[in-house]
Design a protein around this ligand. Sequence first.
Ligand SMILES: [Ca+2]
Ligand SMILES: [Ca+2]
Ligand SMILES: [Ca+2]
Ligand SMILES: [Ca+2]
Length: 387
Amino acid sequence: MLKRTTTEVTLTLLFVSILFLTLQIKSTSSSLTCSESDVLINGDFETGTFDGWIKEGVCQIDSTVVHNGTYSAYISDAVYDSSICQDIYPRVRLPVDSELILEGWVYPTKVGNLGDVQYPHSAITLWFYNESSMKPEFVISYRWCTYQGGTNGSWWGGFLLYSWHAFEWNFLSRNVTADFYSLFGEKSYPNIVLQQILIVYHFSGDSPGAFYADALIISAELHDVAVLDVALSKTVVGEGYFMDINVTVENQGNYTETFALIIYANTTIIHTVSNTTLAVGNLTILTFKWRPLLIAKGNYTISAEVTLAVGERDTEDNMLTGGWVLVTFPGDVNGDFRCEGKDNAAVAKAYDTRPGDLKWNPNADINNDYRVEGKDNAVIAKYYDTP
Ligand SMILES: [Ca+2]
Ligand SMILES: [Ca+2]
Ligand SMILES: [Ca+2]
Ligand SMILES: [Ca+2]
């Protein structure tokens, strides 16, 4: 197993404290990056700065050896440890099973096996974080110049890219999810997310050589469902009678999804559906017949929320409010909390209509059969002059 160097441990502590700071900031802002291509900030260094990166040791922006644009990053061998790193989580939540792809270009001044001296290496290292324990838990390292050995362990795994040659253009394109499974076993990792990318030069008894890096991209396949609409069949409902709540859900991601739906009246859950499957790009309308019983009379805001078992990056569109409905006494059509003549008048005005008709009034359709008729008058008669 690889022994973590002092620098790495120090960096980790630093990153954990930054992470806590970021988490605190996040509690007041729910914004998440949604685009698949901009997970890394300034991964091509075209700002001409290390904006988005945290720098350690001696690293410089370079404009002589670049892969794209005008600038690259030069990670020097002037000191024992030089690195740049960038936190991914919690700014962007990328679960390990979201088909993570790492692309990047590295121009090494040295490659290969440094022999038995322990721990020198140049590498791109990915740190994975456990959302439950709030700690780094797995590490994958892509190395082009390193020491002999480096046996993979239960939490650390490396790939030796000796096939890369110094002084040539080397482009890395790795399926990180596949690499993760090959190292740690193919099973479900519900709480493991990509936390950080670290690009590191580490001297230890021997030098792995300075290098340039450019064109770094981290992308992922998208799981994304959204609530497009929450439609209420009426705005006044009598206690013990029905109304319809129609929730339109769309699969905006790249996978067939099975999702759970929760419907709320204010903050109270009034309905849940656990397993609805939806193909890529499809819409479905789920109807729930709500019959308010034994709750306080008054206005209720109706909202719907969808959740996926797998990780989802764009969660802002997962909840939608569909307006409010007044829960009142049975037979009260006009919402004045009394069943009386005015309610008969409202039924009379919309009498013999259906949805789409000019005089259709859904609140007058007390029994929710999508027709205003004698059955609705019968309800008023039953509760007349109450409460
Ligand atoms: Ca560049
Ligand atoms: Ca979503
Ligand atoms: Ca009334
Ligand atoms: Ca009716």
